[in-house]
Design a protein around this ligand. Structure first.
Ligand code: NAD
Ligand code: ZN
Length: 255
């Protein structure tokens, strides 16, 4: 079943000219960053509304820093791109992949070498002072005091979009445009539960694109918005698709 679907995905990619990828936390699991939902997800231990909602942060920033953000910083300081991030870079170098819309805040697509990355939910690489607006690189944040503070005494917050906050309008409009323009959309490691990111595959499909899902388990897109779904780990699945794609291209060149 999976080898057939890998072959089908390779064939669709070979025929595509403008691929857009939508990625979620699942693509970074093999880099050691746990997702929010699903097995091993952070929400098995924590209530999202108590920690990842902007109201929770404003009520008690020290608590959110201690429980959620400090761990995130430790994980992200060590995380490196995996085969799935690299697979997307390879598709870009082939001239196939044009844009990545990511819900992730880990910066791993850019670290891998992807060029056009829309960070739908912002980026964890920077912190902003709530008092003076100064931006500080997350790696430079002094963690001795919780919550960490700017030199002016203001509290620092990550430049990520918390639940309850608006998506940057430019990110939303660029994502919609990218989704409407692609001929293949690869949806990788997203539970498709967080709106409006989860709408992008629907926009792509309505505009005539083939929607291919890669996920560890079925999602609300499976058998609905996705034309077909490859169920498995993102890195291994990318490697299998790319191996099939190289065979396909060789076939084309010979044929
Ligand atoms: P999610 O946590 O809701 O879902 C993750 C999905 O990935 C699940 O469907 C799961 O089955 C799948 N998955 C798990 N391991 C996988 C693997 N090895 N290969 C393929 N798929 C795998 O993530 P989401 O849909 O991105 O949405 C939730 C929000 O979580 C996002 O807004 C994002 O900002 C935030 N988040 C980001 C990071 C990060 O930056 N790495 C980490 C956790 C959460
Ligand atoms: Zn400040």
């Amino acid at each position: 079943m999976i080898p057939d679907l890998c072959h089908r995905a390779a064939r669709d990619i070979a025929g595509a000219h403008h691929i857009v990828a939508l990625t979620g936390a699942g693509i970074s699991v093999e880099s050691g960053i746990p997702p929010f939902r699903g097995p091993g997800g952070i929400w098995e231990k924590l209530d999202p509304m108590e920690y990842a909602h902007i109201d929770a942060f404003m009520r008690d920033p020290g608590r959110v820093w201690r429980v959620l953000i400090a761990d995130m910083k430790t994980l992200l300081d060590q995380a490196r791109p995996n085969d799935a991030h690299m697979g997307l870079v390879r598709l870009e170098r082939m001239g196939k992949l044009k844009t990545i819309i990511t819900q992730n805040v880990d910066g791993l697509h850019q670290a891998a070498g992807s060029h056009d990355v829309i960070e739908f939910h912002g980026n964890f690489a920077w912190q902003r002072c709530l008092a003076c607006g100064r931006r500080i690189s997350t790696t430079d944040v002094e963690m001795a005091e919780m919550p960490p503070r700017c030199s002016c005494g203001g509290i620092l917050r990550p430049e990520c979009v918390f639940f309850g906050e608006m998506i940057e309008p430019v990110n939303l409009s660029r994502s919609r445009d990218a989704a409407a323009r692609c001929d293949v959309m690869l949806v990788v490691g997203t539970s498709a539960m967080v709106q409006p990111a989860a709408l992008m595959p629907t926009i792509a499909r309505q505009a005539g694109a083939t929607v291919i899902e890669i996920n560890f388990e079925p999602t609300p897109l499976t058998g609905q918005v996705a034309h077909y779904s490859l169920l498995g780990e993102a890195g291994a699945t990318f490697n299998a698709i790319l191996a099939a794609l190289e065979r396909e291209f060789q076939g084309d060149r010979k044929g």
